[in-house]
Write a protein that binds this ligand. Structure first.
Ligand code: F6P
Length: 322
């Protein structure tokens, strides 16, 4: 095998560039040619390829976003789209494809491997941290810190006006970001899909908090159908808590951008390096992850579709510390 292709797919996450750099440089070290695929699976379908050498990935370790760009490809969900993608990879004589992305991207990569025998290796890249097989995913730590900084700012103004703030963070169907930013910012209440609360419970919890001597109250809420998000919860609370000048703040995509933290840069570097080492030693159809600070190789089809559990001990802890 002489050629490795690499792409970034799905929602981008800070550290993807560092992973592309690590894949490229490790592959060059082992004597592979590297093909960068533009715009995720869309670029596989349209053969939007470019050669990557060691210096093409200079100066990107600190940059958010992804130099290869990303997409959620509708065409790749169709068998016809995947036929085109596989054909382009084969005519380019690509021996293995490295997919940096989240659960949807790994589902797509798994199907491509099953249908067309493409050798794929996944690198977990999503701010949601919802993939099985790695304690953390690329971008999660940066997103946490970005959300934490934003919520710290909100706390200042909330204190000044003695207000109640409902802050919505990302996470799609999982509460990792909500739980850890809630702890890190001393939120009075955290609402997440893994530990849903009825409106009455939320109200009584807020009443208890507000009877204390705190100046402001911060509620961190994970986005999505499960929790209802900050807007829906605020409408349910308006009648009882409107007098506190309740404010809703949705942090949104600012959590996906920005320069990756040191932890994310190191994680991305390790995973990029390990992905190429896996290919070199003939291990494909896997995802590389880090568990308890050790490299873990998991069959790619086992990394998505199941719920990665949050640490429920942390939930108990915050109830005492808040
Ligand atoms: O998967 C990462 C993520 O940022 C989720 O937290 C969020 O639900 C989703 O992507 C948003 O996707 P999009 O940018 O396509 O709206």
């Amino acid at each position: 095998m002489k050629k490795i292709a690499v792409l970034t797919s799905g929602g981008d996450s800070p550290g993807m560039n560092a992973a592309v750099r690590a894949v490229t440089r490790t592959a060059c070290h082992f004597g592979y040619e590297v093909i960068g695929v533009e715009k995720g699976f869309n670029g596989l379908i349209s053969a939007d390829f470019r050669r990557l050498g060691k210096t093409d990935v200079s100066g990107i370790i600190q940059r958010g976003g992804t130099i290869l760009r990303s997409a959620r490809s509708e065409e790749f969900r169709t068998p016809e789209g995947r036929v085109k993608a596989a054909k382009n990879l084969k005519s380019e004589k690509v021996g293995a494809l490295v997919v940096i992305g989240g659960d949807g991207s790994f589902r797509g990569a798994t199907i491509l491997a099953e249908e067309h025998g493409i050798e794929v290796v996944g690198i977990p890249g999503t701010i949601d941290n919802d993939l099985i097989g790695s304690d953390e995913t690329i971008g999660y730590d940066t997103a946490l810190n970005t959300a934490m900084d934003a919520i710290d700012n909100i706390r200042d103004t909330a204190d000044a006006h003695e207000r109640l703030f409902l802050v919505e963070v990302m996470g799609r169907h999982s509460g990792f970001i909500a739980l850890e930013t809630g702890i890190a910012t001393g939120a009075e209440l955290i609402i997440l899909p893994e530990a849903l609360k009825k409106t009455e419970e939320i109200k009584s919890s807020l009443r208890n908090t507000m009877q204390g001597k705190k100046r402001s109250t911060l509620v961190v809420i994970a986005e999505g159908e499960e929790t209802g998000g900050a807007v829906r919860i605020s409408s349910e609370l308006e009648e009882d808590f409107g007098k506190y000048e309740m404010k809703v703040c949705i942090l949104g995509h600012i959590q996906r951008g920005g320069s990756p933290t040191a932890r994310d840069r190191v994680l991305s570097s390790r995973l990029g390096y390990e992905a190429v080492k896996a290919i070199y030693s003939g291990k494909t159809k896997v995802m590389v992850g880090i568990v308890n600070n050790e490299v873990k190789i998991t069959p790619i089809e086992n990394t998505f579709g199941k719920i990665k559990q949050i640490n429920f001990d942390l939930l108990e802890m915050y109830k005492i510390l808040r």
